[in-house]
Design a protein around this ligand. Structure first.
Ligand code: MOS
Length: 726
């Protein structure tokens, strides 16, 4: 189906099973925590060779020679595979974000240039250290944001009125420059693949988010047809964007398996994951806010500079939510991209908002102080009626509700916001808040649902579950629609032999593939109603039986009943602005002598359409808020200015928040249905938790100790540099 109209009466609410939205634990959780859920590299495959990628020790230049003989003489080494197809290319017209560089032409430090294949992993790894490789290194003119290397990104830009004049005329104005650093996805499972070639068919177990696109990317890279490839990703140990496209280990394993006629496994080391896999771009942002005496915005400016490799089309969409979050007649939104020689910049959880929203929310905090309006009140006053430029209505909008409920639960008192109000020994204590916003994405998806003769059901789609709860929620949707308890529905994911799902990306998974399952179940209900001789809208299904007591098993008379659901986004996209909203409130303590910040408590209130499963949705919010803590305080990619290599390329030096850094996070899920967002009235939640939270922490640091830091992350050195003298 295509959605052209809001789905005001959703069947999910008229069903009898009563499992939709319920806090049901993950169906694959037991297998995961007991170590029996196989991840990509863990499939026991006989006769499997081990491959280790050889990477470039220069950031820019050419590989002039690789002396493979030295490697080939070593024990157990089978081959050194050099192949220009090794670097995956995105297939035309797909959303893939695989790199476009050629291996002999080095564009960033750590770029894969060859693969050593040996009988054991240790032999292969050893050989990579003994290959004599020569390079012609070019000068590293990659000083970020070299003005000669900057191109405008006009699709992201828009303007209206005269911002400069509004800034001039306004009684209150803020002109703030804020920077953010590069981020790594830092998924637990490294990028890995096992490829097998039987002469006709290439089977690849890999860790991927979007099999529906990845199969086209791999086919294109290898010059195969899609029906000559089977991709399997049943369990994915985190993706966060880094597995949206196929990366080098998958392509290299495939090439080697086809050349050598033996299965080949390639697992990136943790360092290679950091060095080769896409990063989030660093950003430099200018925020200009002009407001009247009451804090009502009259001007809104957000300009951003981001970076990527030459030739790459992705540009961190920093302004994505700034287009519609707050009003202000005079507007200027502009984005530029600088070309630099660092690994590809791509999607990292909540591309755009994860760095754009914190910067905007710091500027809003500055405006609150400047205008004397409470930060919560300031945001409430500036929620627009409709899209500030296009005038398009919002599909649903719970920002005000989130601000109010969050403030109430947190105990935000609306009192004085004077910094440095509370000190306990060495520690300053303060509070801060920020809004959250994230665009709603939805995508085409297919899923097959079968009711088996034994009265159980099976859902099949090549959709992935990257730790988000997809297995569980798809079973809940099918169970609710077909009147089956959750454990009577088997969900099979992550295999391209199944119908094409939406893939997991952009927080669209649940609403997209959830809608495909919903559509398939609607068709199944029709068939069941016919068999039962009742009208479909009168058909009541619960616990495997219909209202007159006849069981599904009897109704099916030994047959299986199968339907494929196909969901496609329709024109409704043009009629509404659909987005998820939220608010964060936090209390921090900042050490007066060291500048160390500890987050003491944090409340997040979020509205994202129908909650499909309270437990898995809450976990997504907690995950996002945890990312907010990392973005605020510790996470940063550091590049060597001399040779361009990534300095902190492991989890000891790239600091994600650990258990001790994260307090008990309070999550409020604000009741909401969004009929225009999807047939099941759900929007995305996976990324919402990181869309502004770092701003709340920054604002709390200022409120605590008076240090207004303009560079994320707010490490102790930066806090100390801004700490007021006293
Ligand atoms: Mo997401 S960063 O689109 O996986």
């Amino acid at each position: 189906m295509e959605q052209d109209q809001p789905a005001t009466d959703c069947k999910l609410d008229q069903m009898s099973q009563g499992i939709i939205g319920k806090p049901i634990s993950r169906s694959e959780g037991f297998a995961k925590v007991t170590g029996t859920a196989p991840y990509a590299a863990e499939y026991p495959i006989e006769n499997c060779l081990e491959g280790v990628l050889v990477t470039a020790p220069i950031a820019r230049g050419k590989v002039t020679s690789i002396d493979v003989d030295a490697g080939l003489e070593m024990d157990g080494v089978i081959a050194v595979v050099e192949d220009e197809r090794m670097i995956a290319r995105p297939a035309q017209g797909t959303a893939g974000e695989a790199p476009v560089q050629q291996p002999r032409q080095v564009c960033y430090w750590g770029q894969p240039i060859a693969l050593v294949v040996a009988e054991t992993f240790e032999q292969a790894r050893d050989a990579t250290k003994h290959l004599a490789i020569t390079f012609d290194a070019d000068d590293l003119k990659d000083v970020p944001f070299d003005p000669h290397q900057v191109e405008p990104e006009s699709q992201e830009s828009s303007s209206q009125g005269d911002l400069a004049k509004a800034m001039n005329d306004a009684p209150h104005s803020i002109d703030a420059h804020i920077t953010t650093t590069g981020h790594a996805s830092a998924a637990m499972e490294p990028h890995s693949a096992i490829a097998e070639w039987d002469g006709n068919m290439l089977t690849v177990h890999s860790s991927l988010q979007m099999l529906n696109y990845n199969i086209a990317e791999l086919a294109d890279s290898l010059d195969l047809k899609e029906d000559e490839i089977r991709l399997v990703s049943r369990y994915v140990g985190g993706g966060f964007g880094s597995k949206l496209g196929v990366s080098e280990e998958t392509v290299a394993a495939s090439i080697a398996a086809m050349k050598l006629n033996r299965p080949v496994r390639v697992v990136m080391s943790r360092q290679q994951v950091f060095q080769c896999i896409m990063r989030r771009s660093e950003t430099s942002q200018r925020l200009r806010l002009a407001a009247d005496n009451d804090g009502g915005l009259t001007g809104f400016g957000h300009q951003a500079l981001v970076s990527n490799l030459p030739g790459e089309s992705f540009a961190e969409p920093v302004l994505q939510s700034s287009h519609f979050l707050y009003g202000g007649e005079n507007r200027l939104l502009e984005m530029d991209v600088a070309r630099i020689h660092r690994m590809t910049a791509g999607s990292v959880r909540a591309p755009g908002e994860a760095v754009g929203m914190p910067a905007l929310e710091v500027a809003m905090d500055m405006l609150a102080e400047e205008s004397g309006v409470d930060p919560v009140e300031l945001r409430l006053r500036n929620i627009p009626e409709s899209h500030p430029i296009k005038g398009t209505p919002f599909s649903s909008h719970r920002l005000a509700e989130c601000l109010k409920q969050g403030a109430r639960q947190f105990g935000w008192d609306g009192g004085s916001r004077q910094p440095r109000h509370t000190r306990e020994g060495e520690w300053w204590i303060g509070t801060g808040m920020a809004s959250a916003a994230r665009v709603h994405n939805i995508s085409e998806a297919k899923a097959r649902v079968t009711i088996k003769a034994d009265g159980t059901a099976v859902v099949e789609t090549d959709m992935t579950d990257i730790g988000t709860g997809t297995y569980t929620i798809l079973g809940q949707i099918a169970g609710e629609m077909l009147g089956l308890p959750r454990d009577k529905v088997l969900v099979e994911l992550g295999d391209t032999q199944f119908p094409r799902g939406s893939g997991s990306g952009g927080s669209w998974g649940a609403s997209s593939v959830g809608s495909a399952v919903f559509v398939a179940c609607e068709a199944l209900r029709k068939s069941l109603a016919e068999r039962a001789g009742v009208a479909e809208d009168k058909l009541k299904l619960k616990d495997g039986a219909i209202q007159n007591g006849v069981s599904l098993v009897d109704l099916l008379e030994g047959e299986d009943l199968s339907e494929e659901g196909h969901y496609e986004p329709g024109d409704i996209d043009d009629d509404y602005v659909a987005a998820s909203f939220g608010a964060y409130f936090t209390q921090v303590r900042v050490n007066h002598f060291t500048g160390e910040t500890r987050v003491e408590r944090m409340t997040g209130a979020f509205g994202f359409g129908r909650v499909l499963n309270e437990t898995t949705a809450r976990s997504q919010c907690i995950g996002g808020m945890t990312w907010s803590i990392g973005a605020a305080l510790t996470e940063a990619l550091h590049f060597d200015p001399v040779d361009g290599h990534l300095v902190n390329c492991d989890l000891a030096e790239y600091h994600v928040p650990v258990h001790r850094d994260v307090p008990d996070l309070q999550v409020i899920m604000v009741e909401e249905r969004d009929p225009a967002a999807s047939p099941i009235q759900a929007k995305g939640v996976g990324e919402l938790g990181v869309c502004g939270g770092a701003g709340a922490i920054a604002n709390a640091i200022y409120n605590a100790c008076g240090a207004r830091v303009m560079e994320f992350p707010m490490t102790p050195d930066k806090v100390m540099a801004r700490m007021p003298d006293d």
